[in-house]
Design a protein around this ligand. Sequence first.
Ligand code: G6P
Length: 608
Amino acid sequence: MCGIIGYVGDKQAAPILLEGLSKLEYRGYDSAGIAVFSEGKIEVKKSRGRLSVLSELTDGGKAVIGNVGIGHTRWATHGEPSDVNSHPHLSSSGRFAVVHNGIIENYIPLKKKLIDKGIKFISETDTEVIAHLFEYYYNGNMIETMSKVIERVDGSYALGILAVDHPDEFIAVRKASPLIVGLGDGENFVASDVTAILNHTRDIYYLEDDEIVVLKKDSVKVYNIDGEEIKKEQFTVNWDISAAEKGGYEHFMMKEIEEQPKALSETINPRIQNGRIVLDNISLTGDDISRINKIYIIACGSAYHVGVVGKYVIEKMCRIPVETIIASEFRYCDPIVTENDLAIIISQSGETADTLAALKEAKAKGARTIGIVNVVGSSIANASDDVLYTWAGPEIAVATTKAYSTQLSVIYMLSVYMADKLGRLSNAEYDKLVSEIKKLPDYVAQILKSKDQVQFLASKFFNSHSIFFIGRNLDYAVSLEGSLKLKEISYIHSEAYAAGELKHGTISLIEEGTLVVALATNDELFDKTVSNIKEVKARGAVVVGVTKESQQHKSDCGDYIIELPGTESVFMPSLAVIPLQLFGYYVASLKGCDIDKPRNLAKSVTVE
Ligand code: G6P
């Protein structure tokens, strides 16, 4: 979703803003703009469309002279993608420029009030009220004015504001939308995430809700809403710059698929010490775990699909009831949560608005919360009682791959850890599970060596109108992810179905030649799934089966078989998802789709 960058220093701001925005492109956007102090006024350049349009308009930023500026990529919410709705927005006099990520929920009454006072609006955005409000309340003091403005707005925001009276600085604030501060040498930055500033600095501050930051080239001061200065802890980002570059790959998605063995090793290895699972600093004692009445797993998108795997795995190993629920549903269903419940919140970005709100709801109702998060210092990481980081590094492609895989590995470790504390595993079982978790990176690397077979299958089926994914139990959970991967990047209609449920309606959609991808990795359920495969084949489906190499009757599960190495059934999702990610990628590539930035999608969904 929208991306923000701000710069103050000695260099020309516009090229730096454009470069930063290019690093935020992955978040999803439909227009872009910058505002720079130039010769005593604020110069704004903005346009609908890709960043290349803005770059052309400004000669790569060279045409906009000035050392202080803010930039923005917009993912339209209020008002269509258009030049006028693009950010930055100016106040009526042109003395203030604003970029915003988030949604001002009470913008309608605020807009009405301002219109009644004679102020004219030119865009359809919620953001424009901020520019006018700032001018309306401006008393010469930027911090006091910012406090007044944010006291009056409801919703979520990361804001960057320039004021003509203060040409050597800019001001920013955030609430429930991401914004970090980058600390350079004679230059400082704000950005929606660290990838935008990694080329300039690795030293950062994470801002908390309603912390106001004033950036000059030689100083960064952070204030609370009462205008009192706050001392911030400085963090150093250890992400490699190359991790946020394509490094010779055509798409980030393929690079990230290939990075999975490394990401898994980095997530798993530090947590297995002398054959025991060590969960960072989390102190879930056996007593704590035995008191857990129910576990909620709450997330959106692919992270939710990890939760679906988690339900099967944790229930099987720990015998604690687990409800996996989509965050946007959880927050409005008045969930029955007690102090004896545990909420596991899964999020790559740590900023997904619904997931964050659901976390707060679970906490408010007394649940203990554990975040499984990829971005250090993100809102969900900060708000959770405990955090287990996935060490996947920056994930740029909108369609997640390595974050999904590392999230799964954390769920496995958490589950084995809890089952052990509950005394549900013999030493031999525990050792076996831990040793198989350790081997996951190698299994995944092995599967990635057979990419050609998946590429071949993609070349046979990329013209399909509709593709179904079926499986039972954990295979169903992986089907959900395989289907989502395919549809989000290739735009082919796809559905995932619990194999046994197909005949209750959806089988009517199977026609001669319809592709069904059938997952049958669980030996105990293999025969059941084969029956479902026969049902669809009898209606004309062509079936690609995904099963274990060691499965004796593997040829029964499809016209084309993808074979996987064998591990514990509970961990098979980590293996089975790999060919499905590759299939989605190759199909989208053959269709010529914009794989890393699929239409209408955003990487980090920071609005409801
Ligand atoms: C978007 C992304 C998905 C992701 C989902 C949840 O839809 O495209 O890849 O699974 O948001 O995001 P989160 O950052 O909370 O994992």
